[in-house]
Write a protein that binds this ligand. Structure first.
Ligand code: ZN
Length: 410
């Protein structure tokens, strides 16, 4: 017995020595790897909020400063294996990954941000499927993969409005918008008495994708027409349950008018009609979600009232004694938007790019992707409190829009 105990003790000592050596070796290897790797868009394995760049020399930028997104598949160790079905988990904010060695990765926070517009999603095309506004779930999943690999990361509409861009340094922000509240975008199914997001929906595909790539971001704004009633996100659950579950993942709701109003039609060219179409939509949503206020409007058909004097009512108005206010008014076409801190920004008509449908068309997202070069696009420095631009782009920034952010040029 005595001998065995001693052996056991010895064994424990040997084992702990061994594991210490293993740990030290692993630590040394990690340090060596960290100082070696190009710091672009890496996720930090520790819990600190910011990652300051080290003094490690990085290769000088080539003639056309091409920002290489971080290697695909580098997962945050904290998030691997986390069941992403819990909205609190999937909506978890990512750690900030900030860099200040600007010359090396050429951030430009006055560059363009693509705002993608989606409509319908289905399982498979048929001969009757219209050609421009419908995507299959499979193609959508492919698109997410492409966007992820090309260095795009999703931000919310609210963060676009505030220019609070916290995508990792070297990456490009992108906004997803969904019009009309179609069931292919989002709907609920009932499983064992519980309501779940249908995996055969755009939101379902995104939730699944975020398990694989939590750093892609689970964001998007859904523009709804409350006159559709129960037809919005048609499926299981009440309208209230649908909205609440959608919002619980961190998605947003936007105004798409009561009645999908075409403001170019003569009958809609009056102050009363405009305020009713916007205020009533808010009123009806507020009946379901008390206190809810829209902050973004997507114009049906992208159409503005002919009478220019009426256009301010799209932004601010009053209906049934209640005010409404839209920070952004979204158009339909047809190019990437400038960010809200740009001198060229007009929140009353923000451009979007339509996602490719069954058939590609000019100016859709597929057409745009190769044209969205790093010299044109918004490249983040990772810090939402700074706006970093090359000296040559300094004049693009509207300093009055900076608020509590500081402008840095290099
Ligand atoms: Zn619409």
């Amino acid at each position: 017995m005595q001998k065995r105990r001693i052996n056991k003790k010895r064994m424990i000592t040997v084992l702990s020595l061994f594991s210490m050596i293993v740990l030290l070796t692993a630590y040394a290897l990690i340090m060596a790897f960290n100082s070696d790797k190009n710091k672009t868009g890496q996720n930090t394995p520790n819990t600190t909020q910011t990652q300051q760049p080290t003094e490690t020399p990085t290769p000088a930028p080539t003639e056309t400063p091409e920002v290489t997104p971080g290697p695909a598949g580098t997962e945050n160790p904290d998030s691997t294996g986390t069941p992403a079905d819990d909205p609190a988990e999937t909506g978890k904010p990512q750690e900030l990954i900030i860099r200040t060695d600007y010359e090396n990765f050429q951030p430009n926070e006055a560059g363009d941000i693509p705002i993608v517009m989606f409509h319908n999603f289905i399982e498979a095309y048929t001969e009757k499927t219209e050609k421009e506004f419908t995507t299959t779930f499979g193609e959508f999943e492919q698109l997410l993969e492409t966007l992820y690999n090309e260095g795009y990361r999703l931000i919310s509409m609210q963060d676009f409005i505030d220019c609070n861009i916290s995508v990792p340094a070297g990456f490009r922000p992108m906004v997803f918008t969904f019009d009309d509240g179609t069931p292919g975008q989002f709907n609920l199914i009932e499983e064992n008495g519980e309501l779940k997001v249908n995996p055969k929906s755009a939101a379902g595909v995104m939730i699944e994708f975020s398990k694989k790539h939590p750093d892609f971001g689970l964001k998007g704004i859904f523009y709804v027409n409350m006159d559709k009633g129960d037809k919005t996100f048609e499926g299981a659950g009440t309208l209230e349950e649908r909205f609440e579950i959608l919002l619980s993942y961190g998605f947003e709701l936007g105004n798409h008018t009561w009645g999908h109003v075409d403001y170019t039609e003569a009958k809609n060219n009056s102050a009363e009609r405009i305020q009713e179409s916007l205020g009533k939509n808010q009123e009806k949503l507020e009946e379901i979600l008390p206190g809810f206020r829209f902050y973004s409007l997507a114009l049906p058909f992208g159409s503005l009232p002919e009478n220019k004097n009426l256009r301010p009512l799209l932004k601010d108005g009053i209906y049934n004694g209640k005010e409404y206010h839209h920070e952004t008014i979204m158009a339909v076409g047809a190019e990437p938007s400038v960010p809200s801190v740009s001198v060229k920004y007009n929140g009353n008509y923000v451009r979007r790019i339509r996602a490719q449908g069954r058939e590609p068309v000019a100016c859709d997202l597929t057409w745009w992707l190769p044209k969205m070069t790093s010299s044109r696009m918004f490249i983040s420095d990772g810090d939402p409190y700074t706006i970093v631009v090359p000296k040559t782009k300094e004049a693009d920034v509207n300093t009055e829009k900076l608020g509590n952010k500081s402008l840095i040029t290099y």
